[in-house]
Design a protein around this ligand. Structure first.
Ligand code: G1P
Length: 286
């Protein structure tokens, strides 16, 4: 069955980015010239996704407004003769069909995805965590959909991290089956380095079969007292195979101020519009 739907989770408080996130969703922070959430939506579209299910929460209205149509703004731009900007704004609101569900309590990533169960229905779906920005020639999710179609089982994106960093991620126990593809033998959420089964960390991209929703239902609170997706995947492993795709390109964790700054520098330097000037400026600063 084709992967047509993507759940994008945007319900977290963004505590690692306080005080910025007191009154603004972290997903609306800019990366060069677009908000972070737009990169997630564009990756979904460029991977063949037809419907985005956005999981939001209290205080996230700016995201809904962002992808909506603004007739006032369009009228204003038209009157000012700003045809290029007007076209950009119209294209933005026509990007893709998005529906919104609200997670009422912050009970973890597993619970956030479970909130979308009625709209997901009984078909495979993708999950995108918009903090993780992946800059690659082929969209990461598209490569994962290809792996899903080839092996007929759920796929997680992974990346090698340093030993000290295993405690920040879900970590898999891999068995190599092909180029960039491992079968997952087990997984564990945020283990201490000594207990980590490898250094392959789960990154915020998943292609999952709908049975994960039953597994989430059966998952007890885990690390941090939250319903962890990693724990649900471990339950699912008893019944289904799961694969890991080692991502190509560069991943940025934009969920912390330092990670966000790094992403802005790197992507800013790559941009045709701002790159040359920014390079000169940074050289001067250094
Ligand atoms: C979540 C997952 C974790 C994964 C990470 C990727 O953690 O629980 O397994 O490695 O996303 O970004 P979080 O960053 O929400 O704590």
């Amino acid at each position: 069955m084709r992967v047509r739907k993507a759940v994008i989770t945007a319900a977290g408080y963004g505590t690692r980015f306080l005080p910025v996130t007191r009154s603004q969703p972290k997903e609306m922070l800019p990366l060069v010239n677009k908000p972070l959430i737009q990169y997630a939506v564009e990756e979904a579209i460029n991977s063949g996704i037809e419907q985005v299910i956005m999981v939001t929460a209290m205080g996230k209205r700016a995201i809904e407004d962002y992808f909506d149509r603004s007739f006032e703004l369009e009228y204003f731009l038209e009157r000012k003769g700003q045809a290029v900007l007007l076209k950009q704004m119209q294209e933005l609101s026509a990007l893709v069909d998005i529906c919104y569900v609200r997670q009422k309590e912050q009970l973890g990533l597993g619970n956030a995805i479970f909130t979308a169960r009625d709209i997901v229905g009984n078909e495979p779906f993708a999950v995108i965590l918009p903090d993780d920005i992946i800059d690659s020639v082929v969209p990461c999710l598209k490569s994962m959909v290809n792996v899903y179609e080839r092996y007929g089982a759920g796929v997680l994106a992974v990346e090698k991290v340093s030993s000290e960093d295993t405690r920040k991620y879900g970590i898999i126990e891999p068995a190599r089956v092909g180029r960039r593809v491992n079968r997952i033998l087990s997984l564990v959420e945020k283990p201490e380095p000594a207990r980590a089964p490898s250094r392959l960390a789960i990154v915020g991209r998943y292609v999952l079969n709908p049975e994960i929703l039953d597994a989430i239902r059966a998952t007890k609170p885990g690390k941090g007292g939250e319903i962890q997706l990693t724990d649900a995947l471990e339950i699912l492993l008893d019944r289904q195979k799961l694969y890991a795709f080692t991502l190509e390109g560069t991943r940025y964790d934009t969920g912390t101020p330092l990670g966000w700054l790094k992403a802005n520098m790197a992507m800013g330097l790559k941009s045709q519009e701002y790159g040359p000037e920014l390079r000169k400026y940074l050289q001067k600063l250094l």
